[in-house]
Design a protein around this ligand. Structure first.
Ligand SMILES: [Zn+2]
Length: 187
């Protein structure tokens, strides 16, 4: 059976599937095989991947052991994709979390329990908070945040233009300055 690996709902989690709507997480990795268990908590179905070589080429064999006690979920992959898209937008945009959620969730026909707005809100808030710079202790630190491409979306005018122009260190007498010039004035 062919199988595929993709990033799961949780950070750093890898899920396996063989294109039939059932999904497995890694239980144990051995030298010549990996054992998997179904992601549904009460399901006893397991998966095994056996590694072997034909000459120098590695072949993997995927086998399902036991029966699932639930229906396949053909939309699970789309749900994972929508989830990543929502989190990406939370960390790169200032759009309200509710608006982002409402826009992206329409791609799914069914919303699974991990992706309802209330259960997903904390994860969205965390993604947004993690994308914020820490409060700078110095003016130079502030200038650093202003010119950091990771935080660019935080410092734009309503028409998506940059106000920040640079940092000046005038020495002991003149002091330091962070310079903003409105894009209209530059013209
Ligand atoms: Zn199962």
């Amino acid at each position: 059976m062919e199988y595929e690996v993709f990033d799961g709902f949780r950070k750093n989690s890898k899920l396996h599937h063989s294109n039939d709507g059932f999904f497995y997480r890694v239980k144990k990795v051995r030298l010549s095989s990996t054992s998997l268990s179904c992601i549904k908590p009460n399901c006893t179905a397991r998966g095994m991947i056996y590694f072997y070589f034909i000459g120098l080429i590695r072949n993997d064999r995927f086998e399902v052991i036991g029966l699932h006690n639930h229906d396949p979920d053909m939309e699970y992959l789309s749900a994972v994709r929508v989830k990543s898209q929502i989190l990406y937008r939370c960390s790169t945009e200032l759009t309200s979390l509710k608006v982002i959620y409402d826009e992206e969730i329409t791609q799914l026909n069914h919303v699974n329990t991990q992706l309802t707005y209330t259960s997903f809100l904390r994860t969205m808030e965390r993604a947004r908070a993690e994308a914020q710079p820490s409060i700078p202790q110095t003016l130079l630190g502030y200038a650093g945040n202003l010119s950091d491409p990771r935080y660019r979306h935080l410092f734009l005018t309503s028409s998506n233009e940059e106000l920040y122009r640079g940092y000046i260190d005038g020495g002991v007498e003149a002091g330091e300055a962070v310079v903003f010039i409105s894009p209209a004035m530059m013209k």
